[in-house]
Design a protein around this ligand. Structure first.
Ligand code: PLP
Length: 519
């Protein structure tokens, strides 16, 4: 097996060596229960409070509460429960609470699931509404402005786990303020920790959950920020730990480890700067582009975390690419880790209204702010090997018949993809006498019609599956303009989009196909 190159940090990470050491010390030496009043207990309590203070500084938590818990899913549930209990009490007291529970359409599943769960259990019966995002994955602020006056709770993540897209939190806050909304506001900060500056108490945010394992702490330790004065109801009661906010004996090994990570973060010298991380992303992006013809990135780099890339390769389903990368030692994922075991295309890319083929082909590649330049260099070599292997196998990258028609070409909107309307084909061929008509139907379709001649031009038959073999010839400097033709126009559309994606400036398709022409 080739050595592992781990590029799935948005799913989870190796634990930082300092964090391992801190956890070990908490288990082997300072193993007292922080609720005990003897010296061992007091030492554990002191450690707990030191980590809490450090977290408060890193997150800019001000006088807000910070409680340790098991991770973001628990934090989300606690926040949603707190908000919904308060709404129920307000309503019982005869105050208006609004009609909507609004969440960003690209939120982690824990958010809508938690809203549905507590809304039902508490009998609130509020309407749950997904706030749409645009093609870049950013929230529709105009729509938010309309919803905000009647919104009871708003949930918007700081950065997306699948695409790395950074939310415009300032814009969201502005929409809440200008619309006079009294909505409570939950911001999932999981993917932002260590990658974006956070000054929680300086914002209108009421709740912000975090998970340690996304930033080099172990799994099973998390944090929840609750703004001072925001409503709060504990999810778990019992021994009264965490000032009664979250009962259960504290996970001291996890807390010690998280403290070590926060110390590194606070120190500011160990993690890569945004510029360094962006340069590493650019290196990987260049390697991907040269390995996979027609590859397109699904999010704009200037609006996403520099540590996350999400891309699609025409004609290759996510699982095929995942298997190829895995064989080369590259550990990446298709969409989010939680959903990559399912065949369904990513709900995040679907919410961005990306064409189906891009959701079905999407791969997420993510690294942490500690990534070594050598890891990036090794990843680029492995990516190049994958590209070569595919090329040799002839598998790359003709659009598969079952793919939906791409509606963007190399990131450009479909409107810019040149089409030739059937009635104007003759005029087009007069303007481009050197144009080559390419019939992309199967050979038997082509032959059954006795070949194909249009506008006095004999069409060459190159079925979709054979396009790849021709592509190099058509990408030479003197290559002729191409007009792809099929029965309905769909396959030809994909072929033209693919050639454009590869850099052919004059690839066209017959709009409506032969069906429209014969009509
Ligand atoms: N929110 C986001 C954005 C995430 O990426 C994740 C994990 O993937 C979660 C919430 C849930 O975190 P956990 O599984 O650690 O509870």
């Amino acid at each position: 097996m080739p050595p592992q190159i781990y590029l799935d940090s948005n799913a989870s990470n190796a634990v930082l060596p300092q964090a391992v050491a801190a956890a070990r010390a908490a288990m082997e030496q300072d193993y007292g229960n922080p609720s005990s009043t003897h010296v061992a207990g007091l030492r554990a309590k002191a450690l707990l409070e030191t980590v809490r203070q450090r977290a408060a500084r890193v997150l800019g938590a001000g006088d807000g509460r910070l409680m340790f818990n098991s991770g973001a899913t628990e934090g989300i549930h606690t926040a949603v429960l707190s908000a919904l209990v308060a709404l129920r009490e307000r309503r019982a007291a005869g105050h208006p609470v609004g009609r909507w529970l609004v969440y960003g359409a690209t939120e982690h599943k824990a958010v809508p699931e938690s809203l549905t769960h507590w809304n039902r259990l508490l009998g609130l019966d509020l309407d749950i509404v997904a706030l749409p995002v645009d093609g870049e994955g950013r929230h529709d602020l105009a729509r938010l402005h309309t919803l905000a006056p009647e919104t009871a709770l708003l949930c918007t993540m700081a950065a997306n786990n699948e695409t790395g897209v950074i939310s415009d939190l300032a814009g969201i806050e502005q929409a809440l303020l200008t619309s006079g909304s009294s909505a409570l506001w939950l911001v999932d900060g999981v993917q932002a920790l260590g990658k974006l500056p956070l000054k929680l108490a300086a914002t209108r945010i009421d709740y912000a959950p975090f998970s340690g394992h996304k930033l080099y702490a172990p799994k099973g330790i998390g944090l929840l920020y609750v703004r001072a004065g925001a409503p709060f109801t504990p999810l778990m009661v019992g021994g009264g730990q965490e000032a009664g906010d979250r009962s259960g004996t504290e996970n001291m090994a996890g807390i010690a480890a998280l403290g070590a990570v926060l110390a590194v973060l606070e120190d500011g010298r160990t993690f890569g700067s945004p510029q360094q991380l962006a340069a590493r992303r650019d290196q990987i992006a260049a390697a991907l582009r040269s390995a996979f013809r027609g590859l397109c990135f699904n999010t704009p780099f200037d609006k996403s975390l520099p540590t996350t890339l999400n891309f699609s390769v025409p004609g290759l389903a996510s699982q095929a690419l995942l298997n190829l990368f895995d064989a080369a030692g590259l550990r990446v994922s298709a969409g989010s880790a939680c959903s990559s075991g399912q065949a369904a295309p990513s709900h995040v890319l679907a919410a961005m209204q990306l064409p189906d083929w891009r959701s079905r082909s999407a791969i997420r590649l993510s690294f942490g702010p500690l990534v070594e330049p050598q890891t990036i260099a090794d990843a680029c070599d492995a990516i190049a090997r994958c590209g070569n292997a595919l090329q040799r196998s002839g598998r790359l990258t003709a659009p598969a018949l079952e793919d939906g028609a791409p509606t963007t070409v190399g990131g450009e909107p479909a409107a810019e993809l040149a089409i030739v309307d059937a009635p104007s084909l003759g005029a087009f061929l007069q303007r481009h006498p050197d144009a080559l008509l390419v019939d992309v139907r199967e050979r038997y379709e082509h032959d059954a019609g006795g070949g194909l001649t249009m506008g006095g031009c004999v069409a060459l038959n190159v079925p979709m599956a054979s396009l790849n073999a021709q592509a190099d010839r058509w990408l030479q400097p003197q290559a002729p303009p191409l007009v792809f033709i099929c029965k309905s126009g769909q396959r030809a559309h994909r072929a033209a989009a693919w050639m454009r994606g590869l850099g052919h400036a004059q690839a066209w398709f017959l709009n409506g196909g032969l069906t429209a022409h014969s009509g």
